[in-house]
Design a protein around this ligand. Structure first.
Ligand code: 6PG
Length: 248
């Protein structure tokens, strides 16, 4: 991988990967003495990290009164539905620790995904204090990401028009490319890029085929998604393509 590509960090297994991710969360928090914005993700990949952050060993290290928690994409289902991404993060670690007003879910009680997207864009803009992203002032300290089997990330699917969005901060996605086949709401690539660090977590043998395609530089959403600052792919050995040696 070259310098303008993401930094690839290999961990032994999913547990070590979650610990490394938690250390990176702590490092980003430590680097900012003011108000901190972290954009979470859905799917199964971040669950171990969320459990760690809520555990006795880690929760005391987080200055909860200074951290705001957002989400990069949402399934257009009620907040009470187990498929709801923010509901998983809330149940796993946020509700027991974070002040309620620091948790920023994508609203899904709106009429349709486009209305949700508009409402969340406004919420992000109020938090940021402007409706234009300034490259010198990232929206998020950290954006967590995962990669789906088709190379999607957040709810930006290969070949879908939402992937090309450059103006709107958040978009409605009427149809998902993979299960669960519910409409989605997703931050767009420029919004996700407005961060100091974008951290992908990719673990397990099932991820090896898609990680192989991503490492080969296929023009897929997870390859196009990057931070204007640092982009890191945290992967475990089981997901690592055979022809890529562990970097030293
Ligand atoms: C979602 C996610 C999505 C996820 C990938 C990976 O709503 O599903 O935000 O982008 O990160 O699909 O999912 P897994 O972690 O379940 O493999």
């Amino acid at each position: 991988m070259t310098a303008d590509q993401p930094k690839l960090i290999v961990e032994a297994d999913a547990e070590a990967l979650a610990r490394a991710a938690a250390e990176r969360v702590m490092a980003r928090i430590a680097a900012n003495p003011g108000q901190i914005a972290i954009c979470l993700t859905g799917g199964s990949s971040p669950k171990k990290l969320y459990e760690l952050l809520g555990s006795e060993a880690w929760r005391g290290r987080i200055p909860w009164d200074r951290v705001h928690w957002f989400i990069g994409d949402e399934r257009f289902v009620p907040a009470s539905d187990p498929l709801n991404n923010m509901a998983v993060a809330r149940a796993t670690f946020l509700d027991r620790n974070a002040p309620a007003e620091h948790i920023h879910p994508i609203p899904t009680a709106s009429e349709n995904p486009d209305c949700s997207a508009e409402a969340y864009a406004r919420e992000l803009q109020v938090f940021y204090g402007a409706d234009r992203l300034d490259p010198a002032r990232p929206l998020f300290d950290l954006v967590l990401m995962g990669a789906g089997p088709d190379g999607h990330t957040a709810s930006l699917f290969p070949g879908y028009p939402e992937l090309e969005e450059t103006r709107r901060w958040v978009v409605g996605v009427p149809k998902a490319n993979v299960s669960p086949f519910v409409p989605r709401v997703s931050l767009t690539l420029p919004t996700l890029a407005s961060c100091r660090e974008m951290l992908f977590q990719i673990a397990g043998q099932d991820k090896r085929p898609i990680l192989t395609r991503l490492c080969n530089g296929e023009n897929l959403p997870a390859v196009r998604a990057h931070s204007n600052g640092e982009t890191v792919w945290l992967v475990d050995k089981a997901a690592l393509p055979e022809d890529i040696r562990e970097p030293r």
